[in-house]
Design a protein around this ligand. Structure first.
Ligand code: PMV
Length: 324
């Protein structure tokens, strides 16, 4: 049977960076995120005896390394379903790949839901989140709706993501400022392997549980200013950790710094906007919906950038549209 799923990417307010089990992708800490309405992956999967080997097409391209990762994931699905059927997979993003735009999160979330439906596995939301996590850690957070918590857990069964608030809970936006497309030089999988060499990592772990409790409380109270300040500090902490990894990782570029300094300037002028940054140079601006116009007016004056406006959105869902 053919099945198609649509999955959103997500932005983490408290980040996942470091694994305590590489293969199972068990994180060293929990994380908190929001699904993004305009960063979507659509994937159609068909398991059938008519395919002699897996046929995988992602964004109209065949990339050997990426296809291998997808095949390994399909093996996992076959193992769960006790099947040896091969599959055809066609997947498309509506946004540029990599550059810190969480394409692996939406990619593996969509693949999880489409592949399990196609092979006839009937999994709960929790089980889907666990399976997506094995594909790509942050993908587990794209399965549930709205605002999401990924529990660190101590084994595979206890490390999954759950919705903490629905989509329409809070009208905040993530306006992503994009100036770099294409693949980044160090993937997040490789970057995360270095985290233990970073002197600040131990300090981060000492404080992370408090941070998660604090951010959840600020979201609950809809305290945008304190929320924004914590989100921004968290992003800077993440990039400080990357910078003193051995060898160092520097994702930021001159344009990233320009946008960060513009955010601080706009804030000093009274505009309530904060930033966060994933494993890439592009900057995510977090603001309230009421300030969208004012912020977009400012962005339109900056040369060499594009932006994508995202509101909180639903998690991964099946659809009747097929890509082949
Ligand atoms: O799931 P991965 O391996 O792409 O790692 C995601 C890492 C960050 O985006 C930097 C943080 C996060 O929690 O999304």
């Amino acid at each position: 049977m053919k099945a198609t799923a649509i999955a959103p990417a997500n932005i983490a307010f408290i980040k996942y960076w470091g694994k305590k089990d590489e293969e199972l992708r068990l994180p060293t800490n929990g994380s908190i995120s929001m699904n993004l309405s305009n960063l979507l992956t659509t994937t159609t999967v068909e398991f059938s005896s008519k395919y002699k080997s897996d046929e995988i097409l992602i964004n109209n391209k065949i990339d050997e390394k990426e296809n291998k990762r997808v095949e390994n994931f399909l093996d996992k699905v076959r193992q769960m379903a006790k099947s040896n059927l091969r599959a055809k997979v066609v997947s498309e993003n509506n946004f540029p790949k990599s550059g810190g735009l969480a394409s692996s999160a939406s990619g593996f979330a969509a693949l999880t839901v489409a592949a399990t439906a196609s092979i006839g596995l009937n999994l709960s939301k929790e089980e889907l989140s666990i399976l997506a996590r094995i594909g790509s850690g942050s993908a587990c957070r794209s399965i549930p709706h709205g605002f999401v918590e990924w529990f660190e857990g101590n084994d595979s069964q206890s490390s999954f993501a759950q919705s903490i608030h629905p989509v329409d809970y809070w009208n905040i936006l993530d306006i992503i400022v994009i100036f770099q497309k294409g693949d980044k030089k160090i993937t997040s999988t490789d970057g995360q392997k270095l985290v233990k060499t970073s002197l600040f990592f131990k300090e981060r772990l000492n404080n992370i549980k408090n941070k998660i409790e604090n951010i959840k409380e600020l979201i609950k109270q809809k305290d945008f200013i304190n929320f924004g300040e914590l989100v921004e500090k968290e992003a800077l902490e993440l990039h400080a950790i990357m910078l003193i990894s051995d060898p160092p990782i520097l994702y930021l570029q001159p344009k990233s710094i320009e946008i960060i300094q513009a955010v601080w300037q706009w804030r000093s002028e009274g505009l309530s906007v904060y930033f966060t940054i994933d494993a890439g140079p592009n900057i995510h601006l977090i603001c309230q919906e009421k300030d969208q116009k004012q912020l977009v007016d400012k962005l339109q004056k900056i040369k060499g950038i594009k932006y994508i406006v995202n509101s909180p959105t639903v998690g991964t869902r099946l659809t009747k549209k097929y890509l082949f």
